[in-house]
Design a protein around this ligand. Structure first.
Ligand code: XIL
Length: 317
């Protein structure tokens, strides 16, 4: 059986994938992408980021995002939307302008409102704020944090709730999948919003892991439960597990175990509502371009045969 069918049978909302505009022209790729037995949810890996959506101040452009999101209108797949505020892939003008709190707050609010309003009623969930934390659990320096402090997160969540009251609003980050300072800080962000009566519905665990050092199933379960105990749902939002190239029998076998335990953790936590892989085909994965010497992080090889990890996911679901 196929991934989304199995996930739904197990009571999850979806098994999904990220995808991007450059790869939709490959017909084999596209038929797997839009096979709702395999993937019940899509997310654009780039098109909804600031650099595309507001490339110049006040100039909004949603065409790149819609190329991916409109697919779900035809297929009936759920849509995750990603993301409204992030320090990376920002339009240059945001960092090149001299802001004060009085000028940045309304600009940020307008950006979030306009973008979330564009997809109103279409997103199952929005990653409202992405990667606001450093590894030690302190806030990451960014134009938003440096000028507004943690208030920038509140501004973003309030504006998103106003623009699209039906979307689940998520805080999304990496290295918040195991116990430690960073996952504790992610819980503090949720509490900060809740204490102010601001709508927050979920924590997204990116789960960009490395073969052989993926957190244990117990660590992942414990950490998911820590968020769920605050009354929010969780989702695995960007799963991939990279290995040191070349792929061989032994690192692929370990990758299978690492995928299996990660999906298995979500299966054991009722509040983990779905799993998204950060694309499913090795040639289009972001991994090799960012992590030198690493790759083969997804479920399908270049020739569209399945990694052993695909069957690890099947076993876990
Ligand atoms: C990545 C995309 O996949 C790449 O195509 C792009 O060049 C850089 O960003 N965390 C996130 C995602 O939240 O938005 C990132 O996506 C991967 C890491």
């Amino acid at each position: 059986a196929q991934l989304n069918v199995l996930a739904r049978k197990a009571g999850k909302l979806y098994f999904g994938t990220a995808t991007d505009t450059g790869e939709l022209g490959n017909t084999t790729y596209y038929s797997i992408l839009t096979n709702t037995s395999e993937f019940g949810q899509l997310v654009p890996s780039n098109g909804q980021k600031w650099i595309f959506t507001e490339p110049l101040q006040g100039v909004f452009n949603f065409t790149e995002g819609h190329i991916v999101t409109d697919i779900t209108q035809k297929t009936g797949q759920l849509l995750r939307c990603h993301n409204l505020v992030w320090h990376s892939q920002l339009a240059p003008w945001v960092e090149n302008t001299t802001w004060t709190a009085e000028t940045l707050a309304p600009m940020l609010e307008e950006h979030v409102f306009r973008e979330a309003r564009e997809w109103k009623g279409k997103c199952y969930a929005w990653d409202v704020v992405n990667e606001a934390l450093d590894e030690d659990g302190s806030f990451r320096e960014s134009v938003f944090f440096d000028i507004l402090g943690p208030e920038f997160i509140k501004i973003a969540f309030r504006a998103a709730a106003r623009a699209d009251p039906g979307a689940k609003l998520y805080y999304n980050d990496y290295n918040i999948e195991s116990p430690g300072n960073k996952s504790a800080a992610a819980r503090t962000i949720v509490k900060m919003l809740q204490d102010d009566g601001i709508k927050v519905d979920g924590v997204g665990l990116q789960s960009h892991f490395v073969v052989g050092s993926t957190p244990s199933i117990d660590e992942q379960i414990e950490t998911m439960r820590g968020y769920a105990d605050l009354g929010v749902e969780v989702a695995i939002t960007e799963l991939d597990i990279r290995l040191d190239l070349p792929a061989n029998t032994s690192n692929l076998a370990q990758q299978k175990e690492d995928y299996k335990k990660t999906v298995g953790a979500c299966m054991q936590v009722k509040e983990c509502i779905g799993i998204t892989v950060w694309d499913f085909w090795d040639p289009v994965s972001w991994v090799p371009s960012v992590f030198e010497g690493q790759g083969a992080a997804t479920l399908y090889f270049d020739n569209f045969t399945k990694h052993p990890a695909y069957y690890g996911v099947v076993e876990a679901l």
